[in-house]
Design a protein around this ligand. Structure first.
Ligand code: PGA
Length: 249
């Protein structure tokens, strides 16, 4: 009922020529997978090369962040309309690396999400707990705080257009995947938050992705969980064969 959304986050990796090479290999491998959404988020400067490379396919391209203003004196920033103009259709918002290293807060996540929607971009909004939160049993509290302070501020109409990515910070780039049960429990908790704020229909329709050391050998088991509707992949999305294996789980 929820279309799987398989997204790759390239972080600060790959040149323009490596971007083109990736898609030359990747495209034929996922050609038949047209029952799911496929997205790659390259660095900003390589979005045009990526957009050219996927033309005529059903692969979407996204940004890894955006500023909430349309334009202005914000040195080093990129706006939603700028992303849209170069052919991006998606954008990742509130990734834990943005939160950890660049001062992203739940309030700025909300502002960026609204700006993305206004620009016609489809946001993938990230939430997730740190290791100490999980160890102290605070996972669900953290998710609730991030939800309440962030995307709960959207209108129902806006909310219907976003996907959420649950990414436990301790699982990102560490090789430590949450067990399918841990991920499923967190996804259920997030879906309950959505139901509480936006109602049961919205909760049933919202796509919640799992991210954190997703690899070809664990994608299938994660995707078999009832509340896991897709994945957000870092390291394993850099290699065309491995990301294709995940997409084709
Ligand atoms: P990883 O990264 O797959 O390398 O753990 C996931 C992410 O940061 O989105």
């Amino acid at each position: 009922m929820r279309t799987p959304l398989m997204a790759g986050n390239w972080k600060m990796y790959k040149s323009a020529s490596e971007t083109v090479e990736f898609f030359e290999q990747f495209r034929p491998l996922v050609e038949a997978a047209n029952d799911r959404d496929i997205v790659i988020a390259p660095t900003f400067v390589n979005i045009p090369a990526a957009v050219d490379s996927v033309r005529g396919s059903h692969i979407g391209i996204g940004g890894q962040n955006l500023h909430w203003a349309k334009e202005g004196a914000f040195t080093g920033e990129i706006s939603g309309p700028m992303l849209k103009t170069v052919g991006a259709d998606w954008v990742i918002i509130g990734h834990s690396e943005r939160r950890q290293y660049f001062g992203e807060t739940d309030a700025t996540v909300l502002k960026r999400t609204i700006a993305a929607l206004e620009a016609g971009l489809k946001p993938i909004v990230c939430v997730g707990e740190k290791l100490e939160d999980r160890e102290s049993g605070a996972t669900n509290d953290v998710l609730k705080t991030q939800f309440d302070g962030g995307i709960a501020g959207l209108s129902a109409e806006q909310f219907a257009q976003i996907a959420i990515a649950y990414e436990p910070v301790w699982a990102i780039g560490t090789g430590k995947t949450a067990t399918p049960q841990m991920a499923e429990d967190a996804h259920k908790a997030i879906r309950a938050l959505v139901a509480g704020k936006f109602g049961a229909d919205a909760a049933a329709a919202t796509r919640i992705l799992y991210g954190g050391s997703v690899k070809p050998d664990n994608a299938k088991i994660l995707m078999s969980e009832e509340d896991i509707d897709g994945v957000l992949v870092g390291g394993a999305a850099l290699d065309p064969k491995s990301f294709a294996a995940i997409v084709n789980f």
